[in-house]
Design a protein around this ligand. Structure first.
Ligand code: 0RA
Length: 653
């Protein structure tokens, strides 16, 4: 009997029932994991890891290992108690099989703990099972080793148990291969996406050791060993703040840390102000989910900071009773903070479910942080004085800036409707279909102008390197002609103010720079500008990066373009014993014929563009600071460490 027919013979009523149970997931995967694109694919890993993290939060697991295998599968192994394997009373099947095959069976069987619901997490391992070509679960428990395999959601055979080699060992391993029938855009995991989330989880769950290993052939180290990283932060979010501030100048040496619980809500906050930063970076998490859109925990933190610091300002004679209060944003200037709450029944709101809604959390954060912060500052008068001094400076600067802005508002470019002279606008007036290419220099601008489709594509050439917004105060920003051009051409408002989509003149803002080091630098400058000036532009997904080719390969009458070294290598290998062809390397956009630029980089039918996302605002902030800040050593170290990512760019060095 072949393996396949054996399986068919064993395919009883139970399995059919199981399949029916998971069928909705395979029919409408988007309902469960958001998308079947890369984001949804990575959520499979998060879902499995979340279960191990829950086991760690319950105090039963200290180490989690995530491996990307050469066969395209991923595995998550923990040293927790192991998923129970006894017969579950409601289903008549093992608990393990139930967890894997029943929607929302969850891991904990109502055993308490924090439910990670809402968001896109917390849908259950069964969803991963439903969307995988296969899953293999191995459980070590009570001296036994148990295994079961599933294919597209259905159990293949039953649980197989044998004595474990190490009878003391406990834990769970879930190994799965995403189903290409579901993830039609491919099932290749992105190392950096996963590593960022795993690192974040390690920060959020101090003391849990997360090991990440990439065994895929293309990722092996030069010596053939797999790339491996370990994330382990004893100090949890305190270390997270230290990491975010690594390249900054702290105003006070010690990170202020609060860890307390009230009414079943656990609140952890870490804070440190920096000398040279003018904005704040506050990251919020609820049940380990990044709440990009804030919510009640962030509101609670902001309220308590404003109230506490104003009270201290009066008490320490820094402000008179008759003075206006320092505004929250004055107080938060230069603040880096992480606030992480664990809520038994979280409500996530908003389109993307990334805003914490529980109203009780606002007051709980306020009270708990207020108490701890009050005590800390009483005992550290030098710290409170430094923070107040900075806040008062910010208050005075804001007053001055407000007056300057009023002036700008009245007579500057922002109010005038004249578009910059060098903008080659498109003819469409519908922002939804319009795009603008921001290019470097007049020569690239020339090619782009001739190559574009003028109906919906506008070109804005910028000269030289745009000013470094990180270091500049607001009045200088408005005087810089390149920035003025950018602001008016795009229809942006005043820095930092709420951004209004209806004024945006193009819904695709494309940064098109040369594929070399200078181009990469200008791209970073522009991204910094957008990030600092109107972050919501980046968050709204309006910013794109054009991907011009590096090579043109001609062979006989045919030609093709290659966008990186790997493309070129693969193409040349495909030609075989070194065939007759020519390679042209483009030094810059200006070297390309307008028609070439169109067909490779600008034609919506054939081009590739990358949409800029702030998956991890903390990381973006850190990189910007390193690349833009005053400190040379970290910038050097960063560029050296990431030179591999710049791949083609470094060839010109
Ligand atoms: C249900 C009950 C118990 C543990 C788990 C589930 C569990 C699930 C996963 C998923 C990945 N790793 C996991 N580790 C544990 C408690 C079992 C007991 O009381 O011994």
């Amino acid at each position: 009997m072949s393996d396949a027919s054996k399986v068919n013979a064993a395919y009883g009523a139970e399995q059919i029932q199981v399949l029916e149970g998971l069928e909705p997931v395979r029919k409408r995967p988007g309902m469960y994991i958001g998308t079947t694109g890369p984001r949804g694919l990575h959520h499979l890993v998060y879902e499995v890891v979340d279960n191990s993290v829950d086991e760690a939060l319950a105090g039963h697991c200290t180490a989690i290992e995530v491996v990307l295998h050469a066969d395209g599968s991923a595995s998550v192994t923990d040293n927790g108690r192991g998923i129970p394997t006894d017969i579950h009373p409601r289903t008549g099947r093992s608990a393990l099989e139930t967890v894997l095959t029943v929607l929302h069976a969850g891991g904990k069987f109502g055993a308490g703990g924090y439910k990670v619901s809402g968001g896109l997490h917390g849908v259950g391992i069964s969803v991963v099972n439903a969307l995988s070509e296969w899953v293999e679960v191995t459980v070590h428990r009570q001296g036994q080793k148990h295994r079961q395999r599933f294919e597209r959601g259905a159990p293949i055979g039953s649980l197989v148990s044998e004595p474990a080699t190490d009878p003391e060992r406990t834990g769970t391993q879930v190994r799965f291969k995403p189903d290409t029938e579901i993830f039609s855009l491919g099932i290749v995991f992105d190392y950096h996406t996963l590593s960022a989330r795993l690192r974040e989880l390690a920060y959020l769950n101090g003391g849990v050791r997360i090991q990440f290993q990439d065994e895929r052939i293309d990722s092996l180290e030069a010596d053939g060993s797999p790339h491996e990283e370990i994330y382990y932060y004893e100090g949890g979010i305190k270390e997270y703040v230290a990491y975010m501030n690594a390249e900054k100048d702290p105003l006070h040496p010690e990170i202020i840390y609060v860890d307390a619980e009230k009414e079943g809500v656990q609140v952890e906050a870490a804070m440190q102000w920096c000398v040279d930063a003018y904005s704040d970076s506050i990251l919020g998490f609820a049940n380990n989910i990044r709440t990009v859109d804030g919510g009640t925990h962030i509101e609670g933190l902001k309220t308590v900071l404003t109230r506490t610091l104003n009270a201290f300002a009066k008490k320490r004679g820094k402000r008179k009773d008759s003075d206006t209060n320092l505004a929250g944003e004055n107080i938060r200037e230069g603040l880096t903070a992480v606030v992480s709450v664990k809520v038994p029944d979280p409500e996530f709101e908003g389109q993307t479910k990334t805003k914490l809604g529980n109203t009780e959390v606002r007051g709980i954060v306020d009270t708990l942080v207020g108490e701890a912060l009050g005590v800390y500052l009483e005992f550290n008068p030098n710290v409170i004085d430094l923070i107040l001094e900075k806040a008062i400076q910010a208050f005075n600067a804001a007053e001055a800036a407000r007056r300057a802005r009023e002036l700008v508002r009245r007579k500057s470019v922002l109010e005038s409707s004249t578009l910059p002279g060098k903008l080659a606008d498109c003819s469409s007036r519908d922002p939804g279909e319009s795009e603008i290419y921001i290019v470097e220099g007049d020569s690239a601008g020339g090619s782009a102008k001739q190559g574009r489709d003028r109906r919906f594509q506008a070109i804005l050439p910028l000269r030289g390197k745009i000013l470094n917004i990180e270091k500049t105060d607001d009045s200088k920003i408005y005087k810089n002609t390149e920035i003025q051009a950018l602001i008016t051409a795009l229809g942006l408002g005043i820095k930092g103010e709420e951004f209004d989509e209806k004024n945006l003149r193009y819904h695709r803002i494309v940064i098109m720079t040369d594929a070399d080091v200078d181009g990469a630098h200008i791209r970073t400058l522009l991204l910094t500008f957008f990030y600092r000036y109107q972050k919501s532009l980046v968050e709204g997904g309006y910013i794109y990066i054009a991907c011009p080719p590096l090579y043109k390969v001609e062979r006989g009458k045919n030609h093709a373009y290659c966008y990186n070294e790997a493309d070129l290598r693969i193409m040349l290998e495909g030609f075989g014993e070194k065939a007759n062809y020519t390679i042209q390397r483009f030094k810059g956009l200006g070297e390309m014929m307008p028609k070439q630029l169109w067909e490779t980089t600008m034609d919506p039918g054939t081009r590739t563009m990358k949409r800029v996302e702030i998956e991890d605002a903390a990381e973006a902030d850190r990189i910007f600071t390193i690349l833009m800040g005053d400190k040379v050593a970290p910038r050097r170290a960063f560029i050296e460490a990431h030179s591999a990512d710049l791949d083609f760019a470094q060839l010109d060095i």
